[in-house]
Design a protein around this ligand. Structure first.
Ligand SMILES: Nc1ncnc2c1ncn2[C@@H]1O[C@H](COP(=O)(O)OP(=O)(O)OP(=O)(O)O)[C@@H](O)[C@H]1O
Ligand SMILES: [Mg+2]
Length: 373
């Protein structure tokens, strides 16, 4: 096992800068997740660590060894891709053993390792089958097994679950987490699925346009996103962004006014006419009905009237897709399963001002809540 460190890694393809100034330090044994929209540079970072891509500048260390000029096969990393390439003419057992056979490891040791890996991935009963006799999920587990059998210093996984159906994806995700808890191998995992990022990561690295937006524990990133991009990327349904202008004592939103708390007043440099983007998570909104009122003091609540567009019952809860009446800005609201308004209804939303985010409209940086309380 080993730590993985990137220092100002940059990769250009001709004139296109795919990643820039990528710096992070993964301690030995941790599970880190790189997340971000398509094209943000996730695979490029992973491939650079693997040695399949050469950094244009910057330094890469695995353990304390500088890796920039070390060929891929000497890096002792195992990579699993989205399109797991199994050898079709080999059995599951032979596929898992392949990397070990290549290294001329004692056949008895190989046999033992294949069995251990097969047991931990529930593949024992499939060892004699060929890949085409397996389901997609089973094939993906074989690809993982082949990587695990090698017992590398570092695992690099590039969207390994994205070809699986929803149920299998959930199951395999949990298996991966369990496996990591058992083996403790340093892992870098790439996904654009924020649920995978939240559930698997010790630390999440959020990327956008080739640059790091934020690094932190999942809960920390959720509670204190560095900027609007991070805020809207992690969370489902995403955080609502409401354009607002500061007017005497409040934020004008779509011709309505949300009050500004004394604390917010103190932390934000508010001037008449300044524009902001307010961030409201769908779960920090309640429907304003007297019997539902939470134990809030009046001044910590704001109200907004919206028009219901679509109502989606999700079993445990209801998702209401609404819009602000004048501007048409969309507002997602997550409420209890028993709340079922109809399309076209006007609803008064009760907004918990304690959970409000404020972003700089131009830069997207988070201004509130403040970094230091
Ligand atoms: N070989 C290449 N030649 C030119 N441009 C490339 C090459 N590989 C990647 N890029 C560009 O670099 C950027 C980052 O690509 P990368 O594959 O790392 O993104 P990604 O985050 O993995 O995206 P996805 O989620 O779609 O897999 C993209 O703009 C891409 O077009
Ligand atoms: Mg990719």
């Amino acid at each position: 096992m080993a730590s993985v460190s990137l220092e100002s890694i940059k990769r250009k393809f001709n004139n296109v800068t795919a990643i820039e100034d990528i710096t992070f330090d993964i301690p030995d044994g941790e599970f880190w997740v790189l997340v971000g929209p398509s094209g943000c540079g996730k695979s490029t970072i992973l491939r650079t660590i693997a040695g399949l891509e050469t950094a244009t500048s910057g330094k890469l260390y695995i353990g304390d060894k500088l890796m920039n000029n070390v060929p891929a096969r000497q890096r002792d990393v195992a990579m699993v891709f989205q399109n797991y390439a199994l050898y079709p003419h080999m059995t599951v057992a032979e596929n898992i053993a392949f990397g070990l056979r290549m290294r001329k490891i004692d056949p008895k040791v190989v046999q033992e390792r294949v069995m251990t890996v097969a047991r931990s991935l529930a593949l024992e009963h499939l060892l004699e089958r060929k890949p085409k006799q397996l389901s997609g999920g089973q094939q993906q587990r074989v690809a993982l097994g082949r990587a695990i059998a090698r017992q590398p210093q570092v695992f690099l996984l590039d969207e390994p679950l994205s070809n699986l159906d929803a149920q299998l994806r959930d199951d395999t995700r949990a298996e991966l987490k369990e496996l990591h808890q058992k083996l403790g191998i340093t892992t870098v995992y790439v996904t654009h699925d924020q649920v995978e990022a939240m559930t698997l990561a010790d630390q999440i690295v959020v990327l956008n346009r080739g640059r790091i937006q934020q690094i932190g524990e999942p809960q920390e990133i959720y509670a204190k996103p560095a900027n609007r991009m991070v805020a809207t990327f992690l969370g489902s349904p995403p955080m609502n962004i409401l354009p607002a202008k500061y007017v005497a004592g409040g934020f004008a939103v779509d011709g309505q006014v949300l009050p500004v708390t004394a604390y917010m007043q103190d932390k934000l440099h508010l001037r008449e006419g300044l524009e902001f983007d307010l961030g409201v998570r769908p779960e920090s909104i309640n429907i304003n009905e007297p019997q539902r009122r939470r134990e809030h003091r009046e001044e910590e609540l704001g109200e907004l009237v919206v028009e219901v567009k679509v109502v989606e019952p999700l079993g445990r809860e209801t998702l209401i897709r609404a819009s602000l009446p004048s501007s048409g800005v969309l507002v997602n609201v997550q409420v209890g399963a028993d709340v079922r308004p109809r399309p076209g209804d006007r609803l008064t939303l009760e907004i918990d001002l304690g959970q409000l985010f404020v972003f700089d409209t131009a830069t997207g940086d988070r201004l509130y809540p403040p970094s230091a309380p």
